[in-house]
Design a binder for this molecule. Structure first.
Ligand SMILES: [Zn+2]
Length: 524
């Protein structure tokens, strides 16, 4: 059901004249401090100016300096979030939203809290991130897509790895007990390590007898030569992770996906299962429950009883290599709703996206905003490049002077060496910043390109998106999707999309018209 309170507090319509009370939040990491124009004082001054422009009274300024942007490193940020309702502010001004949250989870949680508290977030350098519907949409999209791309691997690498996964090969490093193998002219794959493989097999066998503790198994591995790089016994946790990794019987988990792999298993499923039983009975370590995320988990609910759907694997024959995953109502015993194969429901959801389209005028606005953003980004990059090049030239001039002084013998050789090395370090640092400047621009471009692709053709962008990105898209659009008898019965759009629908910026096809309660009818 739609949370009306949230919608009412969304501040979709900007007030005519912005007056009120605000907080300013600035953050700088140790690494950034070195860069020109990014000091915390500069951020504060820019934000203060913005507050004056908007006629806002600054109630407090919060500043965090720390190595990274993790929550624990942001004491002032946490204090601000605590104090924002009590001090009755209506706006938080930041230099850039990346000051605010470094991942989507953070971002969405915080935005939601701000939304509920009726507090606006204004970013000085991202004028497009305003409180208009398209601003909100872009903001949400950008945060989600940004987090997706910021993950360790580049998109390209991901594609290659994904292909490998799709073909049934393990896309990661070989696990202990395996090694990479690449015969001439063939794909790189992994095979059991002739030396370590049998030892790992034995490890499982021993553990399955329930006669060995992890500590004694650590000693066993140590004796057999399986040790850490500095010759120590493997950590408790490492051994536990091996013993609970289904990879060893052939089952792969990677990047939110799971399937049987092509690799030769070291153990059979039965041995693995017994080990899990032993592990769950041992109280000598913490069992880290890793719940696999099925794509639709958290989005699909049961139309009959309102409970969330969960998913799980079912073996379809005794070999246990063939399995089918099903979504079903979590209230399994008392609810009579039917199970549905994950692939079928996921396909139905993908098709459901075909009913949603942004209006032409809306995509035009987004395109303009993206264009505007890229232009301002280009200017920013050009300005920073100029600064960096100036600094580089300065260092080069200093180096020339120093070299001349060595010739003149006005500096001794040791001092010369030391100073010369220092200058070289400075030059390298500047060069590094110049390179990262380019990649940050490309990064932004890719991100915005994804946003454009999504706004122009939602079902297509969804269909080809990486599973992790798909999840984000699902949450952009839907609050929940109710399923009944293996069909989509109603869908509740996210508050943002709801609002866009009411403003006719989102067009629903095939008679998908919002009812009074804003739930939607299916359209098969
Ligand atoms: Zn149910």
């Amino acid at each position: 059901m739609l949370d009306l309170e949230v919608l009412n507090n969304m501040n979709i319509y900007p007030p005519s004249l912005d007056t009120g009370r605000c907080f300013i939040y600035c953050r700088v990491s140790t690494e950034e401090q070195a860069k020109n124009g990014y000091s915390i004082e500069a951020q504060r001054d820019t934000c203060t100016k913005k507050a004056a422009e908007l006629n806002k009274t600054i109630i407090d300024i919060y500043m965090d300096k720390g190595a990274t942007a993790t929550v624990s490193n942001r004491p002032q940020f946490l204090r601000m979030i605590d104090e924002m309702t009590e001090k009755n502010i209506d706006t938080i001004i930041v230099y850039n939203t990346d000051r605010f949250a470094r991942n989507t989870y953070d971002h969405i949680i915080i935005k939601d809290r701000l939304l509920k508290a009726g507090i606006k977030l204004i970013s000085v350098v991202q004028p497009m991130l305003d409180e208009s519907p398209e601003g909100n949409l872009l903001d949400t999209f950008l945060a989600g897509i940004n987090a997706f791309y910021s993950q360790d691997l580049s998109r390209k690498t991901k594609k290659g790895l994904q292909r490998k996964w799709d073909e049934g090969y393990w896309p990661g490093y070989p696990l202990l007990g395996y090694k990479t193998y690449q015969p001439d002219g063939h794909k790189k794959t992994i095979i059991p390590d002739p030396i370590n493989g049998p030892i790992i097999k034995e490890l499982f066998r021993l553990y399955a007898t329930n006669d060995y503790s992890i500590v004694s198994l650590g000693k066993f591995l140590h004796e057999k030569g399986i040790r850490t790089s500095n010759n120590k016994t493997l950590a408790h946790n490492t051994i536990h992770n091996i013993l609970t990794n289904p990879f060893y019987y052939g089952f792969m988990r990677w990047n939110g996906q799971e399937k049987m792999g092509n690799h030769d298993p070291l153990i059979d499923k039965k041995t693995y299962d017994i080990c899990q039983l032993v592990a769950s009975r041992h109280r000598n370590f913490v069992i880290l429950k890793r719940k696999y995320d099925f794509l639709l988990r958290g989005v699909v609910i049961c139309a009959q009883c309102g409970q969330r759907y969960v998913a799980e694997w079912h073996n379809i024959n005794s070999s246990k290599r063939d399995r089918i995953a099903y979504y079903h109502c979590s209230k399994r015993i008392r609810c009579k709703s039917k199970y549905i194969e994950t692939t079928i429901l996921e396909k139905k959801i993908a098709d459901y996206f075909k009913n949603i389209k942004f209006s032409k005028s809306f995509t035009d606005i987004i395109t303009k905003k993206v264009d505007h953003y890229l232009k301002s980004k280009d200017k920013e990059v050009a300005d920073q490049r100029k600064l960096l090049l100036n600094r580089r030239n300065g260092i080069l001039a200093n180096r020339a002077t120093l070299e001349k002084r060595l010739m003149d013998e006005t500096v001794d050789r040791d001092t010369f060496r030391r100073l010369h090395d220092e200058l070289q370090t400075d030059i390298n640092a500047v060069d590094k910043q110049l390179t990262s400047l380019d990649s940050s621009r490309n990064f932004d471009f890719n991100l915005l390109e994804e946003v454009l692709a999504l706004t122009r053709d939602i079902p297509k962008a969804y269909a080809i998106a990486h599973p992790l990105l798909k999840r984000k898209y699902l949450h952009f659009f839907f609050q929940s999707i109710a399923v009944n008898n293996q069909n989509i019965e109603t869908a509740t759009f996210s508050p943002l999309i709801q609002e866009l629908i009411s403003q006719k910026e989102v067009i629903l096809w095939n008679g998908l018209l919002p009812r009074e309660d804003s739930n939607l009818q299916p359209c098969d």
